[in-house]
Design a protein. Structure first.
Length: 430
């Protein structure tokens, strides 16, 4: 194996046998005791091959059921592949499910020692790191309490604080950053960035496309157990987002067709047309959607028009999205969505619904600006951006969690996440 590689995966395949019927009761088993349960073979991974370089941040993306978690468990040695070969160069620390191995009847302190031992730390190492684990988890007052009395958030804090103490060369991480409240997430990302700078190899699975785009050297996009794309973050995420929109469009079209058929109007159904990137029209001059328009960055300005990433509560602010066009475009539809850290949509803008017309856009750089009052609670918020043609079916830009900003000094509780609408409370005579 090449010494510059952490992983070499060659022709990897994995299948599971799935029962086609349930026999859960004694009656069902007695009635069919002489009949075998019918099963079918489901191929989760199909002939996967890739290499991961040492010190590389390698992300894996895909829809639910595409085989991401199965692949990680094979890389971690939990599952055995049916076919293919994996070569590993270095010790692995898997962060697949935080808190696995915790005992609810033991105290927080005892669970730190138990879980750290599972991760391969010696008692001497645990003694040395114990104080920093407790401080990071912010559970000093509860550390001697039994784990079954912890809230789910407290358990996750303790699990993450313990897991990050492992100092192995290769980290396998499956959705482990979406933990705790906004302040604790900021601490997790700070540790995460420190791990990246240490030069360790990271295999990262997440639905947070913002993190994938920000940190990844390369991205593997899985679709139905096969490699749909292996390349840069922009290339893989663009194909992933276009695939998602296409599937939603097809699902919507099938639903519409079913309604027409039900009403005896199937002959009048024309269906929705999705323009694929290999079908350019005269206006695109042979360019694909991704090549025609590119989003470069999101900028945030406070009420004094000063560039910032931390916006004070209660003041006006501006979001400026910068684009680069390579061809003449016109009548574009711009959509902006602001989500909180629980992926709840708090603000949505659709230029077509708001009767905003951009007119013709010449090739070159341009920007679109949104100005609003900041009534968001204290926390972290992400932007999702899409740009389509006037039909709303040809998408030039599809960026989920493209950028983020923070809100500070809210008058409301820090644990809340949403819109803080100015209001007044009064007690009146009945």
């Amino acid at each position: 194996m090449n010494k510059n590689l952490s992983f070499s995966v060659q022709n990897l395949s994995k299948s599971f046998v799935i029962p086609c019927e349930n026999r859960n009761t004694i009656r069902e088993r007695l009635l069919h005791f002489n009949k075998k349960i019918s099963t079918e073979k489901f191929k989760v991974l199909d002939n996967i091959s890739f290499d991961v370089k040492k010190g590389e941040f390698f992300s894996i993306i895909g829809r639910n059921g595409s085989g991401k978690s199965t692949l990680l468990k094979i890389l971690a040695g939990i599952y055995t592949p049916d076919e293919g070969r994996i070569t590993v160069n270095g010790e692995i620390s898997p962060f697949l499910e935080l808190g696995v191995g915790f005992n609810p009847d033991l105290s927080g302190k005892d669970n730190i020692y138990l879980n750290s031992t599972i991760l391969g730390l010696s008692k001497k190492d645990i003694d040395r790191k114990y104080k920093s684990i407790v401080e990071f988890s912010e559970l000093e007052h509860f550390i001697h309490l039994k784990l079954k009395n912890y809230s789910s958030g407290m358990q996750v804090r303790l699990a993450f604080a313990t897991a990050v103490q492992s100092n192995r060369e290769i980290l396998i991480m499956d959705e482990v950053l979406a933990v705790g409240d906004a302040n604790f997430q900021m601490k997790c990302f700070a540790v995460f960035e420190k791990i990246i700078k240490s030069g360790r190899t990271i295999i990262f699975v997440s639905h947070d496309t913002n993190s994938v785009q920000k940190y990844s050297n390369r991205v593997l996009y899985l679709e139905s157990g096969k490699i749909a794309c292996l390349g840069s973050a922009n290339e893989a995420l663009s194909k992933y987002m276009h695939s998602n929109i296409l599937k939603e469009s097809q699902s919507s079209s099938e639903h519409e067709k079913a309604l027409f058929t039900e009403r005896g109007l199937a002959d009048n159904y024309e269906g929705s047309v999705w323009k694929k990137s290999d079908e350019p029209d005269a206006n695109t001059s042979g360019k694909t959607e991704e090549e025609a328009l590119e989003i470069q960055q999101a900028l945030f300005f406070d009420s004094d028009n000063q560039l910032t990433e931390i916006l004070p509560y209660g003041c006006s602010f501006k979001i400026k999205l910068r684009f680069k066009s390579t061809i003449l475009l016109s009548d574009l539809i711009f959509k902006l969505i602001i989500n909180n850290n629980s992926d709840q949509t708090l603000f949505s803008s659709d230029s077509r619904a708001e009767n905003f017309k951009c007119g013709a856009i010449q090739p070159g750089n341009f920007a679109i600006s949104y100005e609003m009052q900041n009534y968001f609670h204290q926390g972290i918020y992400s932007l999702s951006v899409s740009v389509s043609d006037s039909s709303g079916r040809l998408f030039y830009i599809l960026k989920d969690n493209f950028s983020s900003f923070r809100v500070s000094t809210s008058n409301s509780l820090k644990t809340q996440s949403g819109i803080d609408i100015p209001h007044k409370i009064s007690i009146l005579d009945a």
